[in-house]
Design a protein around this ligand. Sequence first.
Ligand code: 2AM
Ligand code: CA
Length: 271
Amino acid sequence: MSRQSPLITVMVKAARAAGRGLARDFGEVENLQVSRKGPGDFVTNADHRAEEVIYNELSRARPGYGFVMEERGVVEGTDKTNRFIVDPLDGTLNFMHGIPHFAVSIALEREGELYAGVVYNVISGDIYWAERGQGAWLENWRLKVATRIKLANAVVATGTPFVGHSPERHQLFWAELSHLTQETSGIRRFGSAALDLAYVAAGRFDGFWERNLNAWDIAAGIVLVREAGGVVQEIDGGELLKTGNILAANASLSPKILSRLKAAKKRIEDE
Ligand code: 2AM
Ligand code: CA
């Protein structure tokens, strides 16, 4: 059993507060007014309200900390060493379609490094949290990434490109998928990157890869996976929080999945 630090307590409290509103709004999802932010990317009133709640909670509890938030963008703080990276509603499309699989994701970056993360599955009530050096936890259960070492036994999650993305991006995804479907037990596509990473930390998924995510989709999940003993990397060797091309798995499967992703990319480039 682990005792949550004051920092984690504050982050969990903010996530739960936002989750209360989201759960209410999810119940009335048909009545929500929806605006379109871009192709396939819906932003709801619920999303905005949840972000407001988190911003208010966290700035009261940790005055001066900066923020990177999906809707507000970057909010500079007076404290330049700490900033929260927040996705008030990860899995927006699930939310909009009445699919009960979405999360609040809150990370803290300290001195330029990811330091703590909370991912809250609003409908199941599961709180995943991790703090550097303290491990990753689901409530009071210590999380460990899966120990499977054979790709043939692995269940690997991903995210698919959708309408509005370039033909090249779709092509690359299909190449990646064809390399991995031929060698893995199964592929999953659940629609919330934050929860996908929490599932990797919990040893449910053996791996997860997706391209072009935003920092707020993955920041908290990265801390969860690392503290659960997993490896998180940028697929092409770039800067992870900038490109959002993420691969997370245990240390044995990581290089195996990566080699298939690289082979897929090479195949597309050679065509
Ligand atoms: P969201 O639900 O907060 O938008 C699913 O593949 C993941 O991709 C989710 O974490 C989702 O976050 C994110 N996502 C969905 N639409 C996106 C878009 N247009 N650009 C970037 N990320 C997106
Ligand atoms: Ca998101």
